[in-house]
Design a protein around this ligand. Structure first.
Ligand code: HEC
Length: 109
């Protein structure tokens, strides 16, 4: 009787243990890839882009005042960020290289 219970326990353990080992290697956490969340991207957009890209007549028709709006202009925004065309050099607030890279990655995400 005892032996039967023991074997059952060992079987259950082996089954669960094997499964758990696989599901443990989940997706890489954001910080490891330099990827940022919407919550981190919004203040960057607000600081460096929204001054010109919001309201009824945003520059170039590009609206960046919410993360949802901004994502509609991802392709063009990645281009201007990577080429350092935006913000324009005359803009007072310029992102650091790190912030520029993060924002560009967020747009690509
Ligand atoms: C000082 C005002 C100003 C700021 C700040 C600014 N922009 Fe612009 N942006 C413009 C103007 C003006 C244009 C249209 C003329 C041009 O392309 O230079 C433009 C055009 C664009 C375009 C369209 C480019 C194309 O050729 O399709 C994108 C995308 C863009 N901006 C993204 C951004 C992003 C992202 C930021 C923040 C990192 C930003 N802008 C900050 C003024 C600004």
């Amino acid at each position: 009787m005892h032996l039967v219970l023991m074997s059952a326990a060992v079987l259950v353990l082996a089954f669960c243990g094997g499964d758990k080992g696989k599901s443990d290697s989940g997706p890489t956490p954001p910080s490891r890839t330099g990827q940022i969340s919407d919550e981190e991207a919004l203040p960057l957009l607000t600081t460096y882009c929204v001054g010109c890209h919001s309201g009824d007549a945003p520059k170039a028709g590009v609206k960046l005042d919410t993360t949802i709006d901004a994502k509609r202009f991802s392709t063009r925004s990645v281009e201007v960020l990577d080429a350092k065309e935006m913000p324009p050099s005359r803009a007072r607030n310029q992102p650091s290289d790190d912030e520029r890279t993060k924002l560009s990655k967020w747009f690509k995400d």
